[in-house]
Design a protein around this ligand. Sequence first.
Ligand SMILES: [Zn+2]
Length: 406
Amino acid sequence: MRQLITQVSRVRLENTVRSLATIPTRHTLSGARGADAAAAWLERELKSYGGNLQVAQQRWVQAAGGRMTKAVEIGNVLATLPGTDSPERVLVVSGHYDSRVTDVLDASSPAPGANDDASGVAVVLECARLMAGMRPRCTVMFAAVTGEEQSLLGSAQLAKSLKEQGKSIVAMATYDIVGNSVSEAGKRDDKHIRVFSTSDELGELATQATRRKSLGTDGDSPARTLARAIADSARRQVKGFSVALTLRNDRYGRGGDHSAFLAVGFPASVRFTEPGEDWRHQHQDLRVEKGTKYGDLPEFVDYNYLTRVAQVAVAWLSELAQAPPAPVRVSLKQNLSAQTTLQWAAVDGAVTYEVLWRRTTEFDWSGSKSFTTTQAILPLSKDDYLFGVRAIGPQGARGLPAVVGR
Ligand SMILES: [Zn+2]
């Protein structure tokens, strides 16, 4: 995994952003010389990576209505690495290739969309390129989706089709606005990427809700468990750059493609966005006003920062792709004891296990211990701590934890 991380190419990331920004507009309604040209470029690019990637466009006619002024055939560009072990378990990483200006219905004005969201698409492509030769345990889907600005149309179509195919989405993450390191207020932060995660308990059964409320695992929704695992993977694998947890679904009053996955009942869906946004360079007509340049142009993307973001993406995605699934039947012994005894069923492909813990007042795991057996006895009070158990695969790849009491 470390080797893949060192191969992230700043030059390729910049080339993707600039190539997409060269197309006059990628607005969802822009047709042959706009969005379709972008989709064709993305398909060619993904196919050029070879390896085990299966590349295809998912195309459909999007009906008129809402932010669609007419019915138009549109498409997502998908590259899939089939899982060797459990192909029905899927990891999805996405960015949206459509762009916009001030008026969301303006399909002809120049809309380079360099940061929103060619930056995210560039991260997805770089992950696909570097992981193309892998034979992952579960399926990995690299998605460049359309129609985000017209109300998450592409991600909704993708989520719906995965639902219909009966896939289990282990993790879904959208990279959207991830290439700028200086906020509109002028504050520079090129050392973090934010990951947003919802508290939503989608598909939760009544018995699970009772358990959650009784045991205080309200802060451990599938999205937050995934967000913590991503932050942990980055901590172990990428130096000098980290993932900052934001415990809400998205920025205030705003949305993104992960919400389309949440909407169909895939709860482990999160969003990545830079720490400080500059709204002069998002959703803007290209213009100069009182000496200030407006517009989402490639010159406003920090490619060194984008490289770090892509390194984190490759780190967590390649780790989860190779890791065993989360343990099942995790139980905590009900006894009046100051110790905590945990047990779980053996996981296929696990070499060792790791128990994670944190105080009920902490928002992220703060302690861990490895075990070669499927039982752990810890000198910690089960009344004061939350616990998780994860399986570790042959190359040290850590899977998602099962949180005790969920
Ligand atoms: Zn966006």
